[in-house]
Design a binder for this molecule. Structure first.
Ligand SMILES: [Zn+2]
Length: 83
């Protein structure tokens, strides 16, 4: 009977260790930047741009790529922002 208790205890300890190990592993980092990409639009234009585009000299309104597409903006052919 004592052996069975010892065996059960050993199994229980192994199960506890197995349950702890996955929690110690670092969570995979999510690439949030690709989801919430910021692009820039102008007051009058219908295109969206990257931050460094020369067309942004007059006005530069930041918004998320998703918003720009929702509002009907199309990617600039000069600076080639993400689609
Ligand atoms: Zn541009």
């Amino acid at each position: 009977m004592r052996r069975i208790i010892t065996l059960l205890l050993a199994v229980f300890m192994l199960a506890s260790v197995a349950a702890i190990i996955p929690a110690r592993e670092p969570a995979p980092q999510q690439q949030v930047q690709t989801k919430e990409q910021t692009v820039y639009v102008t007051k009058t234009g219908k295109k969206y741009h990257t931050a460094t585009c020369r067309y942004l000299a007059k006005s530069k309104i930041p918004m998320s790529l998703k918003d720009a597409k929702t509002k009907g903006y199309t990617p600039c052919s000069v600076c080639r922002p993400p689609q």
